[in-house]
Ligand binder design. Structure first.
Ligand SMILES: [Fe+2]
Length: 325
């Protein structure tokens, strides 16, 4: 799988562009639209011929406007622009790795969100590959610690945010355990981003329900690994290990997981890796029905009955890595 420049996904005929990537001297000469906070409708913010001034960017930032939109006709130009700016950001040695990662994470979560919303597998794959390739460059710098990583992540639970966080954590744990070669870390990151792709086939009502799911709803939600597997299994740009992450990340060492109740080493090592950080990430994220657990409390919960279902060595390694900070 190769990273691609097709990262800016059209949203209702418009391409979202992160304000964080705009700079006055380099804003493409295209019409820019802004989303009205109340109606959600797009209205013209700046016509192509009007120059963008530094105070415009400051005002947008102060108003917490994270995204502007460009019309369909400019989609190609905007893709090239976004990619060039992200390449610059990631390679900019004048700012710390930690800060670059923080900014990258802001931008790519928005990009992935619009891709997942569109629900097209091809586009999700392309965006995931691009995002993974950029993230790997920063995550593999020794200046980034596990503590930095945790503090830079978003902690509100949404499928896309969760998937990105899991991807970053999988790379960090795989590196620490030397589970894969450096050249395979990219594939691990892509697998992490894709692990919940099957949720695209589960209704939002069930995914976002704030009360406890009924048994019937739970059964529907638990089909997401199988949905994900079916979505990806015939593709030639995904490896067996990546596919197993999608299919087996809710399996447990004890055989009490789903979709099939695989036991111990029947579960692929990459899927076991994903299980550990997936459980952890869920506990340290805010949910509609509870606040996130502090790190030490999350580990106390994982040390309880959950621990038997997780790969012991991987879990212990993750705990050490996070608690030592
Ligand atoms: Fe999942």
């Amino acid at each position: 799988m190769t990273p691609t420049s097709n990262i800016a996904i059209q949203c209702l005929g418009y391409t979202p562009i992160p304000v964080a990537l705009l700079s006055c001297d380099e804003v493409p000469r295209v019409d820019l639209y802004r989303k009205d906070a109340e109606t959600g409708r797009l209205r013209l913010y700046r016509a192509a011929e009007v120059p963008m001034l530094p105070e415009d960017l400051t005002r947008l930032e102060q108003s917490k406007v994270g995204w502007l939109y460009t019309p369909e006709a400019d989609h190609g130009e905007m893709q090239v622009y976004i990619r060039r700016k992200l390449d610059q950001l990631v390679g900019d040695n004048s700012i710390s790795v930690r800060e670059r990662f923080g900014r990258l994470n802001e931008v790519v979560s928005g990009i992935l969100e619009s891709t997942f919303e569109a629900g097209e597998t091809d586009e999700v794959m392309q965006s995931s590959a691009y995002v993974a390739s950029q993230a790997i460059k920063l995550l593999c710098q020794n200046e980034m610690t596990a503590g930095d990583l945790i503090s830079l992540l978003h902690h509100d639970y949404q499928t896309v945010t969760h998937s990105l966080n899991v991807a970053y954590m999988m790379v960090t744990l795989a590196r620490e355990m030397r589970l894969v070669s450096d050249s395979e870390l990219f594939a691990v990151a892509v697998a992490g981003i894709l692990h919940d792709i099957g949720k695209l086939s589960v209704s939002e009502r069930i995914l976002n329900k704030s009360q406890r799911l009924q048994r019937r709803e739970e059964r529907v939600a638990q089909k997401h690994p199988a949905h994900g597997f079916r979505r990806l299994c015939e593709r030639t740009d995904i490896s067996f290990a990546q596919l197993m992450v999608v299919y087996q990340h809710h399996e447990r060492m004890t055989g009490k997981g789903y979709p099939v109740g695989a036991v111990g080493e029947e579960i692929h090592p990459w899927a076991r890796l994903c299980s550990v950080v997936n459980v952890f990430e869920s506990l340290v994220s805010n949910r509609p029905y509870r606040r996130r657990y502090p790190l030490t409390e999350a580990f106390q919960i994982m040390d309880g009955p959950l621990s038997a279902g997780l790969d012991r060595e991987m879990y212990e390694c993750w705990k050490q890595l996070i608690l030592k900070k």
